[in-house]
Ligand binder design. Structure first.
Ligand code: HEM
Length: 408
């Protein structure tokens, strides 16, 4: 809805409708809402509604209050889940509340700390080199699936010692699980959301636990299998849920960071030239890619008591969506927020969330981004887009699904 900021009618605004995200994220509508209706009541097609939290400070407040705004009561996506699925999801870190969340997170956090993840740099460089080597042979690629999507599943495979021949399956299940609202990706299930991918992946995770539990070694998979909560190691079933959580959380998001990152650099040739000339800018460039093209539009919480956000009364049981895409362009926090600026610093974007559920894979994602762009720019002095890009039809995944590229 470009150019209509001043005459928007809140009655006709629909930021739920996935069709409104196909051409681009509705940044103009978000800017209007930040200004006029920072906690916006949005109806959903099933007759329910949610409160969309548009401003940076308010998203931070909701994130910091996991007992007042629960991830567990109704999950983290807007559509209510079947009771059975919701019950299963409660085994995932992302959808647990304290104190259970705090206890499990404390046990696994050290495995994902910056220092532990830094040891993976060599493996990530090797995997990136192999992926880019195959792409070089092709020359013309559909970058999202031929190139970017291989990085997270291959890196995860290295970390967890997953046989190379199983990694494509894992990638496919992850895509089925997280891209549920796009008819091109999930023709049969896009309306209902798909759980088949996560069921298959959980079965794989379960078999993995059974197969590896008694092995000697110190890779991430074995360290997770030995993790104890309340003095008890994770059961095979608990491990299976954790496995699904790691794959689904890291797969599409990382693929999107890589493909949207390349896309934005190609859209902003001055920034691409600056990055090529000075690789020390890679860390701030990755942060700006994450701010400007955050892979997830929102996560949901459910109010557990009658409360308020920024003066807006919220009743117990009502849904609240933290709109990261809006918070990342909040003019109260970011100067010239619609400008893509790879030198931006500080850059307190919320693309990894903040506080209690702050992304466990943040250091891994950043390292993958930094290493991959470094390797790609070294190997290919000329990268060009050869056709139209296409985006997912989704109000959750802020992602490209097609990006035709020539690598030379
Ligand atoms: C660019 C890539 C990524 C983005 C944008 C991203 C984003 C996020 C966000 C927004 C959250 C939730 C924050 C909240 O609810 O407050 C989250 C949580 C999580 N992420 Fe990531 N993520 C990325 C990569 C990864 C990777 C590679 C892994 C795998 C290790 C991972 C594992 C997790 C886990 C396990 C959680 C749940 C943490 C908790 O609830 O305590 N993420 N991520």
């Amino acid at each position: 809805m470009p150019g209509v900021t001043s005459v928007m009618d809140p009655q006709t605004i629909d930021i739920y409708d996935p069709d409104g995200y196909v051409a681009a994220a509705p940044h103009e509508v978000f800017a209007y809402l930040r200004r006029e209706h920072p906690v916006f009541r949005q109806e959903m097609p099933d007759g329910t509604f949610y409160w969309a939290v548009m401003r940076h400070a308010d998203v931070v407040e909701v994130s910091r209050e996991p007992l007042r705004f629960s991830a567990q009561v109704g999950g983290v996506v807007l559509q209510d889940m079947e009771p059975e699925r919701l019950e299963q999801s409660k085994n995932m870190l992302l959808m647990m509340d304290p104190p259970r969340h705090t206890a499990l997170r404390k046990e696994v956090a050290h495995l994902f700390k910056a220092r532990a993840i830094a040891r993976l740099e060599g493996a990530i460089r090797k995997v990136s080199g192999e992926i880019l080597g195959r792409a070089a042979e092709q020359g013309d690629v559909e970058f999202v699936h031929d190139v970017a999507s291989n990085l997270p599943s291959q890196v995860f495979g290295e970390m967890m010692r997953i046989p190379v021949e199983d990694r494509a399956d894992i990638n496919r299940w992850a895509e089925q699980t997280t891209s549920g609202s796009d008819p091109d990706v999930n023709p049969d299930n896009y309306a209902a959301g798909d759980s088949e991918g996560s069921v298959q992946m959980a079965a794989y995770g379960y078999e993995y636990a059974v197969r590896r539990r008694d092995e000697e070694g110190d890779d991430l998979g074995l360290a997770l299998l030995r993790t104890e909560v309340d003095g008890q190691p994770m059961t095979d079933l608990e491990f299976a849920y954790f496995f699904v959580q790691l794959v689904t959380a890291g797969n599409d998001t990382t693929r999107t960071m890589i493909s949207s990152g390349l896309y934005e650099l190609l859209q902003h040739p001055d920034q691409m030239a600056m990055l090529r000339a000075d690789r020390s800018l890679i860390p701030t460039a990755i942060e700006e890619i994450l701010r400007y093209a955050n892979p997830l539009h929102y996560f949901r919480r459910t109010a557990t008591e009658d409360t308020e956000i920024a003066g807006q009364p919220i009743a117990a049981g009502e849904k609240v969506a933290m709109i990261y895409t809006s918070a990342n362009r909040d003019e109260r926090v970011f100067a010239d927020p619609d400008r893509f600026d790879i030198t931006r610093s500080p850059n307190p974007h919320l693309s990894f969330g903040i506080a209690e559920h702050f992304c466990l894979g943040v250091h891994l994602a950043r390292l993958e981004g930094r290493v991959f762009f470094d390797e790609m720019l070294t190997r290919f002095p000329a990268i060009e887009q050869t056709g139209d890009a296409a985006r997912f039809r989704s109000n959750l995944n802020n992602a490209l699904k097609v990006l035709p590229i020539r690598l030379a």
